[in-house]
Write a new protein. Structure first.
Ligand code: B16
Ligand code: MG
Length: 227
């Protein structure tokens, strides 16, 4: 099958907002007496806002301490802080290699999609100056099952009008790789700890058109029946 689209995760692939999420969560967690470290933050990547909060409260032994309204308030405070921190983002915040890759995909007439769990995705794309480059952005607010469920990647395929088998998905989180694999797309993982990615790279610098096209071609040949 010919490659028709590349579907990107946002945080950790297009730009790195993990440290901003971390700062915001750390402030809110501290208000509840919970200390979170980098390792906890790593486990929040790709996970939705409310699921992140539930995880922090569970890790801090406070899973049952707050009612739904209090949890919504905590999540709201985290987001307000996070949105403030997003003010520092600009076109200079693209991860290495991403700008030339997007240009090359356009030249090759490959569609570009976004599958981000972030409700702030439109705002972030705007800040990065990428709104016009993306052909379709799956709307996280309409997604009922978060990654590792394939729902958001399938929504991106539908929006682009392409079959998952004709797409490559790029992710930096294990939940995201599992989501991509579950819909029968080829997966590229950015990061040293990821399992089960069809291609694993150490940084976005290595994410080139040549490698993406090569993966599609090679995997077709090697595993004709895989998808
Ligand atoms: P928000 P991605 C995810 O984005 C982040 O990795 C994750 O840490 C965050 O909790 C989630 O978005 C929700 O973000 O609070 O802005 O809705 O990696 O799927 O692009
Ligand atoms: Mg991510």
């Amino acid at each position: 099958m010919m490659l028709q689209a590349v579907i990107f995760d946002l945080d950790g692939v297009i730009t790195d907002t993990a440290h901003l999420h971390f700062q915001a969560w750390r402030t809110v967690a501290a208000e509840t007496g919970i200390h979170i470290d980098e390792e906890v933050n790593e486990s929040l990547k790709g996970i939705s806002r409310m699921a992140s909060l539930e995880r922090i409260l569970r890790l801090g032994g406070k899973a049952k301490t707050f009612n739904e309204a209090q949890k919504a308030a905590l999540a709201g405070r985290k987001n307000a802080r996070y949105v403030q921190l997003l003010g520092t983002l600009g076109p200079q915040s693209l991860l290495p290699g991403i700008a030339p890759l997007l240009t090359e995909l356009k030249t090759q007439q490959i569609k570009i999609g976004l599958a981000s769990a972030s409700l702030n995705a439109p705002r972030i794309l705007q800040a990065l100056g990428l709104t016009a480059i993306f052909d379709y952005c799956a709307d996280a607010s309409r997604i009922t099952h978060s990654k590792p469920d394939p729902e958001i990647f399938l929504a991106a395929c539908r929006g682009l009008g392409v079959k998952p088998q004709a797409c490559v998905g790029v992710e930096d989180a294990q939940a995201g790789i599992d989501a991509i694999n579950a819909c029968g797309m080829l997966s590229i993982g950015i990061g040293s700890t990821l399992r089960e990615a069809d291609l694993r790279l150490n940084s976005t610098q290595e994410l080139t058109w040549r490698r993406i096209a090569g993966l599609m071609e090679h995997t077709e040949k090697a595993t004709g029946f895989r998808r």
